[in-house]
Design a protein around this ligand. Sequence first.
Ligand code: SAH
Length: 540
Amino acid sequence: MQGKLFVIGFGPGSNEHITERARAAIQESDMIVGYKTYVDLVQGLLTGQEIISTGMTEEVSRAQEAVRQAEQGRKVAVISSGDAGVYGMAGLVYEVLFEKGWKKETGVEVEVIPGISSINSCAALLGAPIMHDACTISLSDHLTPWKIIEKRIDAAAQADFVIALYNPKSGRRTRQIVEAQRILLKYRSPETPVGLVKSAFRDRQSVVMTNLKEMLNHEIGMLTTVIIGNSSTFFYEDLMITPRGYQRKYTLNQTVQPLKPHQRLQKEAEPWALEQFNHMEPLKDVAVAPVVRESSRELAEEALQMILGDGAEFSQSLIAKQPIQSIFELAVSPGVANKKFTSKQMMTLSELVGEEGVMEYTQDHYIKLQILTSEPDDIVEKLTNAKFLISPIGDVLTVKACDFCDGEKKEAIPYAEELQERLGGLELPKELKLGVNGCGMACYGAVKEDIGIVYRKGAFDLFLGAKTAGRSAHPGQIVAEGIASDEIVGVVEGIVQEYKQKAYPNERFYKFFKRVKQIQGFEYQDMTPKIKIEAAACGE
Ligand code: SAH
């Protein structure tokens, strides 16, 4: 009679987080083999099974005993916390079996039942810190030489992995976490977010948000998993988040602007992606001898040597400290009223954007830039020196003023500039265009913007809620005439603030106006056309 070995990961420790299969297997078993604390954790599921529980360090004898019992025809559950295949019993059980010449077809049946490992349970309590490439490293040097652990921390730190440190510290092992911190600080900012989760989903659970510099000032023990963020991980209130990656961009106001689907993986939009064809050709003249390299760092250094040539000088830190380049998106124009670029400004743009960046002329009176850089502040400084007006892109307020007839009708310019100063780039539920025109001709189309103001006879007329696109496009409604010049900035600011506070996310200004019917005392008038206009999507 053949027995069976179940190797079970029971998850973090609460009953709700055990899988159905693990639960059934425990109940089906004749005996449970596990570390004492673990047996206690699944106590509620037991129905009279025989228990073999041993101390922490007796994994090998536990695995041997489990195999022996199964060979005698019993159904044996070997239990691990988290997942049995992650620093758990699964590998060991197989190793014991292999020692005995076990064969899958003829030997005792083995079923490994997956469980939620600490990296996942702890991440869930922290927010979403392992959204991007991550790894686990155990700091326990009982079975692994510290030299190797050290190397792995170094490589993972260098490669910007999110890292989950298991077994970070115990009564006797206290230096490992200190060393780990030291290595991590070689490559990562002291401000890098770090989450400490102790006893996830068990009694006395604790979750601490800290950073790389401060982490050792908090309690870390045998039941803690330490999650180290990568270079883009951030805290939002009490959540630790690692962004998915393609939005790895700077924008002036930090607004994330994911690319539209058709723009993805195109060189112009994502210049950081691997170019499909250039890399298909095998490298010539490269020795392919199976050289065993000490570390990924050596591999990288060797690669660099191949590129730079033998005599190339490069410092140790050249690879490690390469700053990470990101796409910096922003908008530039010569000024609020000024619509003329100088040739020097054009030269500055071409120099900053370079071969890799993108310069796009838009319908909003500005040029949108995408620049590959690790120094966004530097770019801003150079553009400012070239006297550009710089604005963020995305769901922000953009001032679209006319050219005031090249300054001939200049009375309203100061108001346009003040509005730009106060409201330009303000983050809003949806992008919002504020049109400012300097005379009643309104030839720059202020009445066709979300909010339009037109200067006429020393005062301003106010238009609200244009629908700027689509087959049912319409101008804004005129809601007031002759607003005194010294009041206009305050009036517009009030409207914008009310929209900012009360609109739903992504609700365009015209929809908001239609919904709330009144903004700052200005009434909405129903101007729905008599016939129903069918909406047509792009390309129809
Ligand atoms: N097989 C387990 C890991 C065992 S190694 C798994 O997949 O999760 C033991 C280490 O796991 C501990 O030192 C700690 O770092 C982590 N760990 C296990 N249970 C945990 C829990 N409930 N909360 C936080 N960390 C835990």
